[in-house]
Design a protein around this ligand. Structure first.
Ligand code: 3EB
Length: 349
C-alpha cells in the first residue's frame, strides 16, 4: 500500500504544476551500443529499458526487459522509457515497477507451470491488477504481452487462445469498467522465454479509442477462440499539456476478419489504412493531435517472416509514417495468416 505519493492539492494551476510532477512518458529507440552514453546524457530518468535480439544484459536502475525478437535491418536497438522526474522502484518477486508522478511502468514475468498458459496468464494478470489497485494507479493505459510458440497447439487449443482465456478471466473479474476500460494492447510471439508482460498505468484514466474499420477485439465472435482478446484499439492519455496516443498492435483485420492471406504487401497496405482511420478517429476526439501540431511518433513493425522486410518497408510511406521513427522486429502474430502488425505512440506537446 501507499507506494504512490499523494500530492497536496492547490487551486493555482501553476503551483499545481510544480507540486504535481507531470507524467508524460518519453520513448526513444537507442542503439544498444549507445545506451550507456544515452542514459548518462539524456537528462531524463529511466523507467524501463526493453532490449531486443541479442543485446547484452546491463545493470540499470530500472526494470530491464529482454525480448527474444530479432531486430531487422539495423543494429540492435533498445526501447527506452523515461520521464523528466525522479523514479522510485518497487519490486515484489517476479513483478517490478518504476513509479514517477502519476505514472507507473510495470513488468511481470511468469514461467509456465501446471495448468498451462491459460492459468499462467490468469495469475500474472491477477498479480499485476492487484498491484495497480493497491498502489493508486488503477487505470491501465497500455499493455504488451510476449510469449513463445504463440500459434502452436497445446492441450487442444492454440496457445494464443489459451492466453486470451486467462487474460479475459482476470480482467473481467478485476478491471473496473471492463471491457470498455480495457487498455491498448499488443500480443506477439517471441522465439523463446517466459510469458513477459509490461504495462503503463496511471493515477487518472486514459480514453479508449475504437477503430471505425474494425469491431472491438473484445467483441470478436467465438470463431477466434472461447474468450475474446481483451484490448482497445488505442488509448488517448492527457497529462500536463501533452497528449499521447498509444496505438495497439494493428494488423490486416477489417471488421473481425483477416484480409489478404499470404500477401505481405497487401496486408501492409491494409494495416496502414487501419492506422490512418484510427488516428483520424483520435484526432476528432483530441483536437491537439492534428497535423499542424506535428506529433512525434514512433512505430514498431512486427514482421512474421524476415524475408518480407523488403516487401513491407517500401509500403510504409503514409505521411504519418514517413515523419516517424520505425523499428522492425521479427515476431509471430496472433493469427497464423497475419504477416505484419504495427503499433505506435504519438505524442503532441
Ligand atoms: C487483431 O486485430 C490483431 O491479443 O492483445 C493485436 C493487438 C492483436 C493485440 C492482443 C491482438 C492483440 O486482432 C491481433
Amino acid at each position: 500500500m501507499g507506494i504512490r505519493h499523494r500530492h497536496s492539492s492547490s487551486s493555482s494551476a501553476s503551483a499545481q504544476r510544480v507540486l504535481d510532477p507531470a507524467s508524460q512518458v518519453k520513448l526513444a529507440y537507442v542503439e544498444s551500443a549507445d545506451l550507456t552514453r544515452w542514459l548518462a546524457t539524456s537528462g531524463t530518468s529511466p523507467l524501463a529499458v526493453v532490449s531486443f535480439g541479442s543485446s547484452p544484459t546491463l545493470s540499470l536502475p530500472c526494470p530491464v526487459i529482454q525480448l527474444d525478437l530479432p531486430v531487422l535491418g539495423c543494429p540492435d536497438q533498445c526501447e527506452v522509457w523515461s520521464c523528466d522526474h525522479p523514479v522510485r522502484l518497487h519490486k515484489d518477486g517476479d513483478l517490478s515497477a518504476a513509479i514517477s508522478g502519476d505514472l507507473l511502468f510495470g513488468y511481470i514475468t511468469a514461467v509456465e507451470a501446471d495448468g498451462g498458459l491459460n492459468r499462467t496468464a490468469y495469475r500474472a494478470y491477477q498479480q499485476l491488477l492487484r498491484l495497480l489497485h493497491e498502489s493508486g494507479f488503477p487505470h491501465l493505459w497500455r499493455i504488451w504481452n510476449y510469449f513463445p510458440q504463440i500459434n502452436e497447439e497445446q492441450h487442444g487449443l492454440e496457445r494464443y487462445r489459451s492466453f486470451c482465456m486467462g487474460r479475459h478471466e482476470a480482467l473481467a473479474g478485476m478491471l473496473p469498467g471492463f471491457p470498455a476500460s480495457l487498455p491498448a494492447g499488443t500480443a506477439v510471439g517471441t522465439q523463446s522465454g517466459p510469458l513477459q508482460i509490461y504495462f503503463l498505468a496511471g493515477a487518472h484514466p486514459g480514453r479508449p479509442i475504437g477503430n471505425p474499420r474494425q469491431i472491438n477485439a473484445y467483441d470478436y465472435p467465438k470463431i477466434y477462440g472461447p474468450r475474446s482478446p481483451s484490448f482497445a484499439r488505442a488509448t488517448l492519455c492527457r497529462s500536463d499539456g501533452t497528449t499521447q496516443l498509444f496505438i495497439s498492435g494493428t494488423a490486416s483485420v477489417v471488421g473481425h476478419q483477416s484480409q489478404h492471406e499470404g500477401l505481405a504487401d497487401m496486408q501492409a497496405l491494409e494495416t496502414v489504412e487501419n492506422l490512418r482511420a484510427l488516428i483520424e478517429r483520435a484526432q476528432c476526439t483530441a483536437h491537439c493531435l492534428d497535423q499542424e501540431t506535428k506529433p512525434q511518433s514512433v512505430f514498431k513493425v512486427y514482421v512474421r517472416n524476415p524475408k518480407h522486410l523488403e516487401t513491407v518497408r517500401p509500403i510504409l510511406r503514409a505521411p504519418f509514417l514517413l515523419s516517424s521513427q520505425l523499428l522492425y522486429l521479427q515476431g509471430d502474430l496472433c493469427r497464423k495468416e497475419l504477416l505484419v502488425e504495427i503499433e505506435g505512440l504519438m505524442t503532441t506537446d
